[in-house]
Design a protein around this ligand. Structure first.
Ligand SMILES: [Zn+2]
Length: 300
C-alpha cells in the first residue's frame, strides 16, 4: 500500500449523518508560505497569522456568499493589527487568501495576549454579488485565536462553533465543528460527543494527517460524510488601477504636491508588498478628465 497523500492547500467539508453537525478542515501550505514571503515577521507573529488564516478559511467556508470575509484583530499592545482576508471567487472554483500585520519595534516573542494586549475583534463581510455587507466589532475575549473566534460566534452569531488551529511556522491547519440551529434533535448528545472526540486532536495531527486519516482517527465510530475538497491559494487583489483610484480620491492638489516634493510617489501594498510608483507624468495622467468626442459616444 502506498502512503496516503498529505492534504495541501485544500479545504474539505464534512457532515455527521443524523445530526445537525457539520465541519470543515483546512490545510494551508504554499498559500501560507506565499502570503508571508515578502514580510519580515517574528516566529510568534507567523504562528498567529497562520492560525488566523486557517480560522478565516474555515469560517468563510460556512458562509453562503461570493465575496470577502475579513478578520481583524486590533490590539493596543506591540502587535497592533492582524488582518486576514478570505475570498470566494465568483465562479466558486477556489478560495483565496491574503494576510498582513502591523506592529511596533517593541514586539517580542510572547503569548498572543502579551503581544496584543486589550483590543477588538472585527469581522467584515463584503459580498461581491451585491448582497448586504456586514461588520461586527467585539472586545477581544480569549487567549488564543480559536477562543477569540469561538466566543465571537457564540455571543454574536449564536451558533455553537468549535475551532482547532495549528501552525508550525511553515504551514497552518485547522478544523471546525458547527451545530446548525433549528434542527430536530434526534441525537441530543451528538454535539458534546463529537466535541470530546475532536478535543483529543494534537497539533501535529492537524498539520500532518490528511483529512480522511484525521476523521478516521477522531470519529471512527461516527457516520461521517466527506465532500469534495476545494483548492485554496494566495491571491492579492491589489492593482495599479485600484491604487490610481485611491490617489484620485486623495485629490489632484495633494498628489501633485507630494510628487513636486519627492520626485515620485510610492504606494506599497500591505498584503503582498508590491510597490506602485507614480512620477510626474503618471500623476498628470491620473487627473486627465475623460474627453468625449461628439458622435463617438457609446449608446446603451
Ligand atoms: Zn497586493
Amino acid at each position: 500500500m502506498s502512503a496516503p497523500q498529505k492534504d495541501s492547500d485544500i479545504l474539505y467539508r464534512f457532515t455527521f449523518d443524523q445530526t445537525p453537525i457539520r465541519g470543515n478542515t483546512v490545510h494551508l501550505n504554499q498559500s501560507f508560505a506565499i502570503a508571508l514571503q515578502n514580510h519580515d515577521y517574528t516566529p510568534a507573529l507567523r504562528v498567529a497569522l497562520g492560525e488566523l488564516m486557517a480560522a478565516g478559511m474555515l469560517l468563510a467556508a460556512t458562509l453562503k456568499m461570493n465575496g470577502a470575509l475579513v478578520l481583524q484583530i486590533q490590539g493596543k499592545g506591540p502587535l497592533k493589527l492582524l488582518v486576514v482576508e478570505c475570498s470566494r471567487q465568483q465562479d466558486q472554483s477556489d478560495l483565496t487568501l491574503r494576510a498582513t500585520a502591523k506592529f511596533s519595534d517593541e514586539l517580542t516573542e510572547g503569548s498572543l495576549q502579551e503581544m496584543i494586549g486589550d483590543g477588538h475583534f472585527v469581522i467584515t463581510l463584503d459580498p461581491k454579488d451585491g448582497g448586504q455587507g456586514y461588520q461586527g466589532v467585539v472586545p477581544l475575549e480569549g487567549g488564543s485565536i480559536s477562543e477569540i473566534l469561538e466566543n465571537y460566534m457564540r455571543r454574536s452569531e449564536q451558533i455553537e462553533t468549535s475551532i482547532w488551529l495549528a501552525c508550525d511556522g511553515q504551514s497552518a491547519a485547522g478544523m471546525l465543528l458547527q451545530k446548525l440551529p433549528d434542527q430536530q434533535e434526534t441525537d441530543p448528545d451528538a454535539w458534546n460527543r463529537t466535541n470530546m472526540l475532536a478535543d483529543t486532536v494534537q497539533n501535529q495531527e492537524l498539520l500532518q494527517l490528511s483529512t480522511i486519516e484525521l476523521l478516521n482517527r477522531l470519529f471512527h465510530e461516527e457516520e461521517v460524510r466527506l465532500y469534495e475538497g476545494q483548492a485554496v491559494r494566495f491571491l492579492c487583489t491589489c492593482s495599479r488601477d485600484n491604487v490610481s483610484n485611491m490617489l484620485r480620491m486623495m485629490g489632484e492638489e495633494e498628489i501633485k504636491s507630494i510628487i513636486e516634493e519627492r520626485g515620485e510617489l510610492e504606494v506599497h501594498c500591505d498584503f503582498c508588498n508590491q510597490c506602485y510608483r507614480f512620477d510626474k507624468i503618471d500623476s498628470e495622467q491620473l487627473f486627465v478628465s475623460e474627453i468625449t468626442i461628439p458622435g463617438t459616444q457609446s449608446r446603451h
